[in-house]
Ligand binder design. Structure first.
Ligand SMILES: [Zn+2]
Length: 462
């Protein structure tokens, strides 16, 4: 592949970024000035929906172009078995150097999602060693270091050393928007009420497990405070992303690059009394930012309103780059506009949530979790058209929302709009009949103790 003129592909995922908090998506605070500028050079997808509401199944969907019920990775099965080639594997097969920079253990050797990467760099600050390192860097860089800062430093070194005659596929996962919010000043206090310091604000509960176990209560004011901290973290993430983009521009690496920015899922900030990204399939958790900068194909400044899913990224790359090694029959995604797709355009999106049988019970064996049954023990599928969303529950009450008149999903119309609900149920059934679902398996990833500890610090595992 030497001498190839193939574009590089940079695929950036900001963990837990909800689209409606980005200023380029209409948010009233200026949280994302750099990304807004990037949006003016990119096609922005206004209705990009993730296939799942949390990191592991969502990344597996993006990497394989398939939904959770097909790839089989979900709350009870933490290991991807590799039955469909991943994005990195496909890019490698097509002559790309493949590299990943990541802050979340759900994308690791233990979960099977690092297959195909020539190099994969983990960045974690939850262990004692890394916390100390972070503190040292924090002092050395006058409060400027963070996951993103460290990742960027490493990306820049990698790009400088990379042989330019070979195209590269780079996956970057940033984690600043993940609880707990710990970004440097001045961003950490940027959106707090006048007179409130970050130290004062950060005492708000940032432990979702304690909240769901009923050990800590959250008031409306607490959720507002979390919201302000989240927005500050986003502004910081934006500035770091801007630093990376400026570097790539200076190096000339952005000229021949397909640059993709998205998220794996959003974040609940008090909607329906939920926090973090547990249990639900509301839009705060499913509607994510999606920007593609590659002016010769994706028109700069264009805002695409048609529905797309983040698992459509892989088939879209395939369309642009004419990749070999892709399992087209297995792919469930569509090529996104403006690309033509043999399947046509999406008329609906699907997102899935599996039961969480162990959930919090191992952390709090003495707590009675009856109050959580409706969320924890439910298998849900959400189907979303341009007008309605049905969240079909396997064992509890289903929900139907009129998205045009009720975008915050507050009035359940399941008993009123019976025909609409039935029509959407039929669509789900037809969609399920199109493919063979993966067996529901229970497979825990073989994480070592340090990884388990880090995932616990992120609010995962029992
Ligand atoms: Zn995530």
């Amino acid at each position: 592949m030497k001498g190839s003129n193939k574009p590089n592909v940079i695929f950036i995922v900001i963990d837990a970024a909800r689209a409606d908090h980005f200023s380029c998506y209409g948010y009233e605070r200026e949280t994302t000035p750099y990304i807004d500028r990037l949006a003016s050079e990119s096609t922005l997808y206004e209705n990009a929906i993730s296939a799942a509401g949390w990191t592991l199944p969502s990344h597996t969907s993006m990497f394989t172009g398939t939904f959770p019920s097909k790839h089989g990775v979900h709350n009870e099965n933490h290991v991807y078995d590799g039955k469909y080639p991943t994005m990195a594997e496909i890019m490698k097969k097509n002559g790309y150097d493949t590299v990943g920079f990541c802050t979340n253990d759900w994308i690791s050797d233990a979960t099977g999602l690092t297959r195909g990467f020539d190099q994969f760099y983990d960045f974690h600050y939850s262990t004692l060693k890394h916390k100390s390192l972070r503190l040292l860097n924090y002092i050395r860089l006058h409060g400027k270091d963070s996951w993103s800062h460290a990742i960027n430093r490493n990306i820049m070194d990698w790009v400088k050393a990379h042989d330019k005659s070979v195209p590269y596929f780079m996956f970057v996962h940033y984690g600043e928007l993940h609880l707990p919010y710990q970004v440097p000043p001045p961003f950490n206090a940027k959106f707090l009420p006048q007179g409130m310091t970050y130290k004062q604000a950060s005492v708000v509960n940032q432990d979702p497990k304690a909240y769901y176990a009923g050990i800590v209560k959250m008031s409306d004011q607490d959720f507002r405070q979390s919201n302000d901290l989240y927005d500050g973290a986003l502004a910081y993430q934006d500035s770091e992303l801007g630093r990376l983009v400026d570097f790539l521009k200076t190096k000339g690496d952005l000229d021949n690059t397909i640059f993709i920015l998205t998220s794996d899922h959003g974040e609940s900030l008090g909607e329906h009394r939920h926090m973090d990204h547990y249990y639900v399939l509301y839009d705060c958790l499913l509607r994510v930012p999606l920007l593609i900068r590659y002016p010769s194909v994706f028109k700069p400044g264009h805002r695409e309103t048609g529905m797309v899913q983040t698992l459509d990224i892989l088939p879209s790359l395939n369309q642009v780059l004419n990749l070999s090694g892709i399992d087209s029959a297995a792919i469930q995604g569509f090529s996104m506009p403006p690309l033509e797709s043999s399947k046509g355009r999406r008329s609906f999106t699907i997102s899935e949530r599996y039961k969480d049988l162990k959930g919090l019970r191992e952390t709090y064996p003495d707590v009675n979790f009856d109050h959580l049954k409706q969320w924890e023990l439910d298998r849900k599928i959400a189907i979303r058209t341009e007008s309605y969303k049905l969240i079909q529950s396997a064992e509890f009450e289903s929900e139907l929302y009129d998205l045009k008149n009720d975008p915050h999903e507050l009035r359940n119309l399941i008993d009123k709009e019976v025909n609409v609900a039935q029509e959407l149920r039929t669509k789900i059934k037809d969609w399920q009949n199109e493919f063979k679902s993966a067996e529901i398996e229970n497979k825990e990833a073989n994480f070592d103790d340090a990884v388990k500890k880090r995932l616990k610090a992120l609010g995962y595992l029992g």
